[in-house]
Design a binder for this molecule. Structure first.
Ligand SMILES: Nc1ncnc2c1ncn2[C@@H]1O[C@H](COP(=O)(O)OP(=O)(O)OP(=O)(O)O)[C@@H](O)[C@H]1O
Length: 333
């Protein structure tokens, strides 16, 4: 994880769509961030170390990690809100902090501050103004975004944000993050504080961003959501990236267990071969550990029939806990 990725940063204007797909939209090399702390500022905290990460255009990338792992620090460095103490990185082919790249970035902070006395509509107009989006475009885009995030247009026009629920604020925050039609969207804990319906709707919004070809980079503690949404994930712990990959790479490779269901055969033999073997009416089921081909041949020779065989994949949550335990990380910072 600590070696520099081989793909070199390229320009923001790829010559073909295929090339765009291949380009890293985010690329960092050995980022490190230390803070001085203490009354005399004579102590240091290392928030991030040797952090090399690569996100390709069009990907939905989830950054996971326990509290204090350094997720927000990495996000702040990528957004140009904090400077790395060492290392370098590129966003949309431009060095971190480059102003022209910021024009194509959207950001929903974890605890966004909303202007209490503005309506949602006024706030979105204000955000559009910061990007110098022409009035004519604003008139079309604001209602479009409100529809997309599921916020009633009339409510957004009339109600001040101090009267919004957490879910409504998160929706207006999401609309704000998309106001400049960004290529790359950063979402810091987008599901935090939402009820199950709100979380589901936020997931749907993120999936629709993916359909539009946008790259989404998000931090989350809700691993079940990450599992549904992300193409690739990375786990950060004590400031270091401890693993990175697609869900299939991370979760699939770790198991050789199968959930099997069948009929017939010798139940005495099967109960010895299968873990948690259970007979129900005519059918049996259990867990197979090992080579499926050998099991199928054995079952066949016993006159049994295989009805279903599913690879049992570890949940992302189990994988996450296992990775932390393997490194002796038992609690958050
Ligand atoms: N401005 C700062 N000054 C001193 N230490 C800091 C500063 N910002 C972050 N840290 C420290 O860096 C470490 C990483 O913090 P960071 O907020 O990046 O973690 P996180 O993974 O986002 O945590 P959480 O999930 O709780 O939001 C923590 O130990 C934190 O105390």
């Amino acid at each position: 994880m600590n070696s520099e990725p081989k793909v070199t940063p390229t320009s923001d204007n790829p010559s073909s769509p295929e090339q765009a797909e291949q380009q890293p939209i985010i690329q960092t090399f050995s980022l490190r961030k230390t803070y001085r702390t203490g009354f005399w500022m004579n102590k240091t905290v290392t928030s991030l170390q040797q952090c090399s990460v690569q996100v390709m255009a069009g990907e939905t990338f989830g950054l996971l990690g326990p509290n204090g792992a350094g997720k927000t620090t990495l996000l702040k460095i990528l957004l140009g809100l904090a400077k790395p103490s060492a290392g370098r990185g590129f966003l949309l082919g431009k060095p971190l902090g480059d102003r022209s790249a910021k024009q194509h970035i959207g950001y929903l902070p974890e605890n966004a501050y909303f202007y209490d006395y503005l309506t949602g509509w006024e706030f979105l107009k204000y955000a559009a103004g910061l990007f110098q989006i022409p009035e004519k475009v604003q008139k079309r885009r604001i209602p479009e975004l409100l529809d997309m995030v599921g916020l009633d247009r009339k409510t957004a026009k009339k109600k001040q944000m101090r009267r919004y629920s957490k879910g409504m604020l998160q929706r207006v925050g999401m609309a704000q993050a998309l106001i400049n039609d960004p290529k790359l969207v950063f979402l810091d804990e987008p599901m935090s504080g939402l009820d199950p319906m709100g979380r589901y709707q936020m997931r749907e919004i993120i999936l629709s961003l993916k359909e539009q070809g946008k790259t989404v980079f998000f931090n989350s503690h809700v691993l079940s959501d990450v599992e549904v949404i992300c193409d690739r994930v990375a786990i950060l712990a004590l400031g270091e990236l401890i693993c990175e990959g697609t869900l299939d790479q991370l979760l699939g490779a770790n198991t050789q267990n199968y959930q099997v269901k069948g009929r017939g055969g010798n139940s005495e033999v099967l109960s010895k071969v299968l873990i948690d073997f259970e007979m129900q009416a005519e059918q049996w089921h259990g867990q197979l550990q090992g080579d499926p081909q050998t099991f199928i041949s054995k079952l066949d020779s016993m006159g049994g029939t295989l009805v279903e065989m599913k690879l049992m994949r570890q949940s992302l949550e189990d994988f996450f806990i296992q990775q932390l335990r393997q490194r002796g990380i038992q609690k958050s910072r």
